[in-house]
Design a protein around this ligand. Structure first.
Ligand SMILES: Cc1ncc(COP(=O)(O)O)c(C=O)c1O
Length: 371
């Protein structure tokens, strides 16, 4: 028996999640309620109340196998966004759908293009499956952290199998105009273009979900983890032309969605009140924190975020993101360390969530308090 293919993954192969409040409370002796959890882009208002009620009701169906395509949720998504149910796939968060896309639309050695930095799951999963992630670092302008669409489209070549576009982008929160997204799509007619709209609600636009209807080589992904507050339920979906969805269904674990996920997702789509309240809170706090950063000399907010997080650039050459990250932790503020969390972000940056104004005050006060 050979074990040569069973080498355990090294830490660099894993996603680095935002730290849990409980861990920081215990390690630094801080009351749980005093922790500002700004590293996971979660919803400060919690889960959609309608989804919570629907999940509770769905407990009566726990003994029954769900539909393997999550058909009732598929139908609801189709009705909501003017697609046919056959043009929808549901997954345990977008993360699962991203993994299916990488499997179905690239073979071993296949080139998968993504901005550098980007959501790490794109390259981590690609590498785990023997695909080749191509991070296009030169397409990220270091001052605005926006995507340079010319550089990004120029990097697409005949061997590119999948092109990821994240809008709003993570970790910068920057926003692409529809014409720019179309330029990328039209530069890759031979590939699958994946438009990841995980944070679209915070852009205060309806996003570009219609592009999955218009182009036969585009998939648009959305999640219930952010504006609906259901990160712990694990529900996401993709819309695209039917042949794309069929290819994804063919590699999908059969019953990937449970009764609770299906029920929660359906109810969340009707909870405009929760989404509107969340978006209003984030939009307001985003404006507020921009103002408060004016008080700091050693840090700059990267200003153009249209998401529920933003980048902070460390202007002081005598410190770095890991030192600042640890200094903030001691003060009960959890953020993300750019150097540890993203390929190509380096030690000049941290990513911080937009949250309630009092949490923004905690962040700015803690940054001001660092030596
Ligand atoms: C850009 C982006 N896409 C997708 C996801 C995945 O979301 P989920 O798997 O919770 O739906 C995230 C989560 O942080 C993200 O930042």
């Amino acid at each position: 028996m050979t074990t040569k293919n069973l080498t355990p993954p090294t830490p660099g192969n894993f996603y680095v999640p935002g730290l849990a409040s409980e861990y920081v409370a215990e390690r630094y002796g801080i009351a749980l309620a005093d922790i500002a959890k700004l590293g996971s882009a979660e919803n400060p208002h919690g889960a959609s109340p309608k989804a919570r009620a629907a999940v509770a009701e769905a407990m009566d169906r726990l003994h029954l196998y769900p539909s393997w395509t999550a058909e009732p949720l598929r139908q609801k998504i189709a009705d909501t966004y003017q697609y046919q149910p056959e043009q929808v796939i549901c997954g345990a968060g977008e993360t699962e759908i991203i993994s299916l896309i990488i499997r179905a639309f690239s073979g071993p050695g296949g080139r998968i293009q993504m901005p550098g930095p980007c959501f790490p799951i794109y390259h981590l999963f690609a590498e785990a499956e023997g695909r080749v992630p191509v991070l296009v670092h030169e397409a990220t302008d270091r001052t605005s952290m926006a995507l340079d669409v010319d550089a990004y489209t120029a990097a697409i070549d005949a061997d590119t199998r999948i092109v990821f576009v994240t809008n709003p982008h993570s970790p910068s929160g920057t926003w692409l105009a529809e014409a720019d997204v179309r330029r990328i799509i039209e530069a890759a007619p031979h590939a699958l273009v994946v438009l990841d709209e995980a944070y679209v609600h915070y852009s205060n636009t309806a996003g570009y979900i219609h592009l999955g209807r218009e182009y036969s080589h585009v998939a648009v992904l959305r999640t219930f983890s952010k504006a609906y507050g259901l990160a712990g339920l694990r529900v996401g979906f993709g819309v695209a032309a039917r042949p794309i969805i069929d290819a994804l269904l063919a590699v999908k674990p059969t019953w990937n969605m449970g009764q609770l996920q299906i029920a929660g997702g359906i109810a969340a789509l009707d909870d405009d009140e929760h989404v509107d309240r969340t978006v209003a809170t984030i939009t307001d706090a985003r404006q507020y924190v921009r103002g408060r950063f004016g008080e700091l000399d050693r840090f700059r907010i990267v200003p153009e975020s249209r998401s529920n997080f933003f980048l902070v650039e460390i202007l002081d050459p005598d410190t770095n993101s890991t030192e600042v990250f640890n200094g903030l932790l001691e003060r009960g503020v959890i953020v993300k360390d750019g150097a540890a969390s993203w390929r190509g972000l380096d030690d000049r940056f941290l990513r911080c969530d937009v949250n309630l104004k009092e949490r923004m005050d905690q962040l700015v006060d803690a940054l001001a308090d660092l030596d």
